[in-house]
Design a protein around this ligand. Structure first.
Ligand code: PLP
Ligand code: COI
Length: 340
């Protein structure tokens, strides 16, 4: 019950809410939206989602604003991205309008779980599409289930907006060249678990992956993109093996608004020696400052934050993004869907 939730101390975990919304794709078309209060589904033991990884998901957030209204951040971008992921693994793409309607419905039905303004928490929205057809041969399904669950969350890294250390580890790739890295599909996360757990055991919040072709350029940072501040520039890796982060796209715009130059380009590992600030960015991570990047293979340590504090530009970007999400400043880019 919401009265029992300690809004200011939520972690990034699953808490049950009242409803989820679902829609089935059968006979070549999407059906009616269904509302369920069960947090389980029925799935065939031979479904393609279970055997061959036909699964794609999204992550977006709803915020309770200063004016008490609920704002969903960049819903249209997530609608577009899950279509791209679905097409990438041969699933039926969810129409953008259906995604929008279901997202709004899932939030409205669970309105009492949208954390209060000022708690720093938000309602995490997790859309999921899975292949439902029973197959033994490796072939796409004919039937799909698209569902949206929501859950109130706090910060992804337990440190919150505090700098953490990350590491470079060449032993593992998250994705293959020309593989599924640009899509948000479950297999990428399965492939990251071993490296991620090792990094955690060594005291790092995540792994900074290198490009899987040459292991020369920075790619992304666990379940988040990576950016650094170098002089007056916001630099971020350009790569076809990373997820195009909607948070990164938004921070790039905010960086331009602040008068910074944005450089989306290859960034070599050596270049880390000259950066002033660094951070991981994503829906869950928001902008999580990085204090140090340790290259576990070469022994090199790139100390980004000498005083262990978040850098001024990262802090400003974080604050500007949060201000838009919580309705504290005008949404001049039109990023929020405001529920009336
Ligand atoms: N990269 C990966 C691998 C992710 O899982 C995420 C999280 O969604 C991101 C980047 C950040 O993307 P976004 O800002 O759209 O949440
Ligand atoms: C997100 O930031 O929304 C993610 O999906 C990251 C992770 C929790 C998988």
């Amino acid at each position: 019950m919401e009265n029992e939730l300690d809004w200011g101390n939520l972690s990034f975990g699953y808490l049950p809410t009242d409803y989820n919304v679902r829609c089935h794709y059968r006979d070549g078309k999407w059906g009616e939206i269904e509302v369920s209060s069960s947090d389980t589904i029925n799935i065939h033991i031979a479904a393609t989602a279970l055997h061959y990884g036909q699964e794609a998901f999204e992550g977006l957030k709803a915020f309770r604003g200063k004016d008490g209204k609920i704002r969903i951040f960049r819903l249209e971008e997530n609608a577009r991205r899950i279509r791209s992921s679905a097409i990438g693994i041969k699933m039926a793409p969810v129409p953008e309008e259906l995604f929008r309607e279901m997202t709004i419905k899932a939030v409205q039905l669970n309105e009492r779980f949208v954390p209060p303004y000022g708690s720093g928490a938000s309602l995490y929205i997790r859309p999921l599409e899975i292949g439902m057809t029973a197959r033994v041969g490796v072939k796409p399904a004919d039937e799909y289930l698209f569902l949206i669950l929501v859950t109130p969350v706090g910060p992804y890294f337990k440190e919150g907006f505090r700098p953490t250390k990350i590491c470079i580890m060449r032993e593992f790739d998250r994705v293959a060249p020309r593989g599924t890295g640009r899509w948000k599909v479950g297999g990428n996360y399965a492939a990251s678990l071993e490296a991620g757990e090792r990094a955690h055991e060594l005291g790092y919040s995540s792994v900074l992956y290198l490009d899987p072709r040459e292991k020369k350029y920075l790619d992304e940072c666990g379940p988040a993109n990576f950016f650094a501040i170098k002089g007056n520039s916001y630099i971020t890796p350009a790569s076809d093996s990373i997820l195009p982060s909607i948070t990164n796209m938004s921070l790039q715009q905010l960086a331009r608004d602040m008068g910074l130059t944005v450089e989306a380009r290859h960034i070599t590992v050596d270049e880390l020696a000259g950066v002033d600030e660094a951070a991981a960015c994503g829906t869950a991570a928001v902008a999580s400052p990085v204090s140090e990047i340790d290259d576990l293979d070469t022994g090199e340590k790139y100390v980004v934050s000498k005083d262990g504090e978040p850098g001024p530009v990262t802090t400003a970007l974080y604050n500007n993004l949060r201000a838009i999400q919580y309705g504290e400043v005008p949404d001049i880019h039109g990023w929020c869907t405001v529920l009336e």
